[in-house]
Ligand binder design. Structure first.
Ligand SMILES: C[S@@+](CC[C@H](N)C(=O)[O-])C[C@H]1O[C@@H](n2cnc3c(N)ncnc32)[C@H](O)[C@@H]1O
Length: 166
């Protein structure tokens, strides 16, 4: 996003919150705790490899979304329409309406599978899903205001990309 230059990228774009740091710390504590008490759990290679595949796939999907949307992609949800903001429906956006969220969900659960962290795998899936399940209706409220019938039609024919979120 910083490369295409004209977007507003600042520290808040990183979206690093207290909750985010807490999740990372919890994940590390779980990893070392289980490594000490149940070392065999950390050697289930196929779970770890599945996690690695998810990390790579999730990262690719998210980056494709960012590159495809170009200047229409902002880290903070736009609440005012700007002239250069175009509705993007091509590339990965032709398959799902929220490819960067879909990619992030896959990536985040993948990181915990890679570490063979059972508690954090479920925890990350639930927390990240809940975050996007509440963010998507808010984001789409503004997209409907900006693009009207075009967005209605797009939303009617293309799934959100986040499970159980219409
Ligand atoms: C963090 S980006 C996420 C984009 C999208 N939700 C995704 O997961 O790929 C949020 C910004 O993208 C814009 N946006 C989301 N979907 C869009 C689309 N199909 N076309 C243009 N802008 C979009 C929103 O207005 C918002 O400011």
């Amino acid at each position: 996003v910083a490369i295409h230059g004209l977007s507003n990228v600042n520290l808040s774009s990183l979206l690093v919150s207290k909750e985010y740091v807490l999740a990372m710390v919890f994940s590390l504590v779980e990893y070392f705790f289980e490594l000490l008490l149940f070392p065999g759990l950390k050697e289930i290679w196929w779970v770890s490899n599945l996690g690695l595949v998810m990390v790579v796939v999730g990262e690719i999907v998210r980056k494709l979304a960012i590159v495809t949307a170009g200047r229409s992609f902002t880290h903070l949800i736009r609440v005012n329409h700007e002239d250069h903001h175009r509705l993007v429906t091509s590339g990965v956006y032709a398959f799902v309406r929220h490819p960067s969220y879909c990619g992030f969900l896959i990536w985040s659960v993948g990181t915990q599978l890679m570490l063979c962290n059972p508690i954090s795998t479920v925890g990350f899936a639930v927390v990240v899903w809940r975050f996007f399940a509440s963010r998507i209706p808010y984001e789409e409220y503004f997209l409907r205001q900006f693009f009207g019938a075009d967005y209605e039609e797009y939303a009617r024919t293309v799934p959100s990309g986040v499970p159980f979120v219409m």
